[in-house]
Ligand binder design. Structure first.
Ligand code: ARG
Length: 569
């Protein structure tokens, strides 16, 4: 049940009756509520094609439009917009239905898809850095929303658990390993090995040779090297898992690149045999000669030394996913610098006959105060674990000041919800392609478009119910809409069901984040203008229904953003 869809259907009827093509029947919420609740630019779109004045076309539509049961009058405004204002009667009825609806007005997708979401995918033996946080948070939210909309979602962490870094790690493990450091903090120790070997290699060609030999031995299946490799993967995964648990992110699979090792050589042979790939300067390439964008950018699948590449693994991965799940779509949530890689992989996949829809869901960078890619003071990648720990620490301080009486255990759990929520929301309220400046003060502020502000709005509503009589229930209570603030709140609540599906159209969780922020603001205006507990019986019930529904939508919206709400803070 979406007002927007009902209005669109009526508009389609009107266009049909007027003998106009119905394709342009789009309805959107009005940006300026003074002119109406919803608007359509259908007349303007049609006027162009028909070479008629838009206002004349609008008039034709209006004459055939039957919305008297739902809307006050429909007006033609400006260059030819149709403005709709809902009647309060039907609005109140819709809001009442929404209050009792477990899905809060969000319909399931008409054609559910099976979707593989490939996200997070950090590299083994290197710590996860904040760059991975964008993929982890975005991917998790998109998966949550798709699931709620009724799609079948398979989340797969395509771990970077194979590659040239293992020559260095294995060499380091054999010659430079500090066992006790490995036991207390495995990922930093593996990183130390990687860095130390990289540094020494540069000035020591003999050592560089040995490092390469370790890599070749691993690739050829040497038992000792395989064992070391396995241990580093297991240790890293254990560390990643701790972070995922903290972030409340989970995966159905974490197959990782190494899973596809055995499939690379046969796949390349097949590509050569079928003529899809060819040998060029000793390497094996898939050319896209008829594609202007990729004409001179073939997809390399085997180097001249026989080694395979990132793209080879991705093609084998897609083939495996197709075979195992036969998905309708595969979403790759990975930074913008990998755009060319995915273009090549997707084009190659098409040539190989995969009809699956593929999407590279790209994102920008996280910047430091200096507006350059965020680094630590010593110039290293900022680690995700450190960011989360600091977020919780800062949140704890803020909460403690506000509410010093909280018992320690509750304080801890609230600090986690606020700290982690703030970091996630700072990511999600931006368009994913935006490079955003990481600012503690901004993301942890209780005012403005932040997670704490939304969590606090929820907490404030819950506190109203603590003051109301115990056991108050919304079931059977009528919603009445009198004041403009009530009307605007009802309208906003109805739009929840319109926003969620829109998020997936172009993978923009920021639409949902910004909707929740608007909702909280509209609620605050309502709460200022409309006494709730002090209102007389029927009005009080109606307003309590509005409060409760707002709290439900806020906490549900935050939960699909992967953010939890405390009951107090
Ligand atoms: N491990 C890669 C990185 O850190 C991301 C992998 C993304 N997924 C994929 N199927 N290529 O950059």
């Amino acid at each position: 049940m979406s007002v927007r869809i009902i209005l669109r259907d009526r508009l389609v009827e009107a266009l049909n009756k007027a003998g106009l093509p119905p394709e342009s029947a789009a309805i959107v919420p009005s940006t300026d509520l003074r002119f109406g609740d919803y608007q359509s630019n259908a007349a303007m779109v049609l006027a162009k094609a028909r070479k008629q004045p838009p206002r004349t076309v609008a008039q034709q539509i209006l004459e055939n439009l039957e919305v008297g049961d739902l809307c006050e009058s429909v007006e033609v405004a400006g260059a030819g917009f149709l403005n709709f204002r809902l009647k309060v009667g039907p609005l109140a009825e819709w809001v009442q239905k929404l209050a009792g609806d477990a899905r809060m007005g969000v319909a399931k997708a008409e054609t559910p898809k099976r979707i593989v979401v490939d996200f997070s995918s950090p590299n083994v033996a290197k710590p996860m850095h904040v760059g991975h946080i964008r993929s982890t948070i975005l991917g998790d939210v998109l998966a949550r929303i798709a699931r709620f909309l009724g799609h079948e979602v398979i989340t797969d962490n395509h771990l970077g658990d194979w590659g040239t870094q293992f020559g260095k790690i294995i060499y380091g493990w054999k010659h430079l390993l500090d066992r006790s450091a490995l036991e207390t903090a495995p990922v930093p120790e593996l990183l130390r090995l990687y860095r130390e070997v990289t540094a020494r290699e540069a000035s020591d060609p003999e050592m560089a040779k040995e490092v390469r030999a370790e890599l070749v031995k691993l690739q050829q299946g040497d038992a000792e090297n395989l064992e070391i490799w396995k241990q580093t993967v297991a240790l890293s995964w254990r560390e990643f898992e701790k972070l995922y648990r903290f972030l409340d992110v989970s995966f159905d699979e974490h197959l990782g690149e190494s899973f596809y090792n055995g499939r690379l050589a046969p796949m390349v042979d097949e590509l050569l045999a079928s003529g899809l790939a060819e040998i060029s300067e000793g390497a094996v390439c898939i050319f896209f000669r008829d594609n202007p964008a990729l004409g001179d950018k073939p997809c390399l699948v085997r180097k001249s030394d026989g080694g395979f590449l990132y793209a080879t693994t991705d093609l084998a991965t897609l083939a495996y996913r197709k075979e195992r799940w036969n998905p309708d779509a595969v979403w790759y949530v990975t930074g913008a610098p990998q755009a060319l890689h995915f273009q090549q992989v997707f084009e190659a996949a098409k040539k190989m006959g995969f009809a699956t829809e593929t999407n590279h869901i790209a994102f920008g960078s996280i910047l430091g105060d200096d507006r350059k890619i965020m680094k630590t003071r010593s110039g290293e990648n900022v680690q995700l674990g450190d960011v989360l720990a600091e977020a919780v620490e800062r949140a704890r301080k803020i909460i403690c000041e506000k509410n010093p009486e909280l018992p320690a255990e509750e304080l801890e759990s609230i600090a986690e919800m606020i700290g982690v929520g703030a970091v996630k929301y700072a990511e999600l309220c931006q368009h994913r392609m935006t490079d955003y400046v990481f600012s503690w003060d901004k993301m942890l502020a209780f005012q403005g478009n932040t997670a704490p502000y939304l969590q606090n709005a929820y907490v404030r509503i819950r506190s109203i119910f603590r003051k109301a009589e115990a056991g108050w229930e919304s079931a059977g209570k009528a919603v009445v809409i009198g004041k403009e603030e009530e009307r605007l709140l009802g309208l906003k609540l109805l739009q929840y069901g319109e926003i969620l599906p829109e998020v997936l159209e172009d993978f923009r969780p920021n639409l949902l984040a910004n909707y929740l922020y608007d909702l909280a603001n509209v609620f605050h205006s309502f709460y200022e203008a409309c006494p709730v507990l002090k209102a007389e019986a029927a009005l009080r019930d109606s307003r309590l229904v509005l409060c409760e529904t707002t709290a439900k939508v806020l906490s549900h919206g935050l939960s699909v953003l992967g953010i939890r709400c405390p009951e107090r803070m």
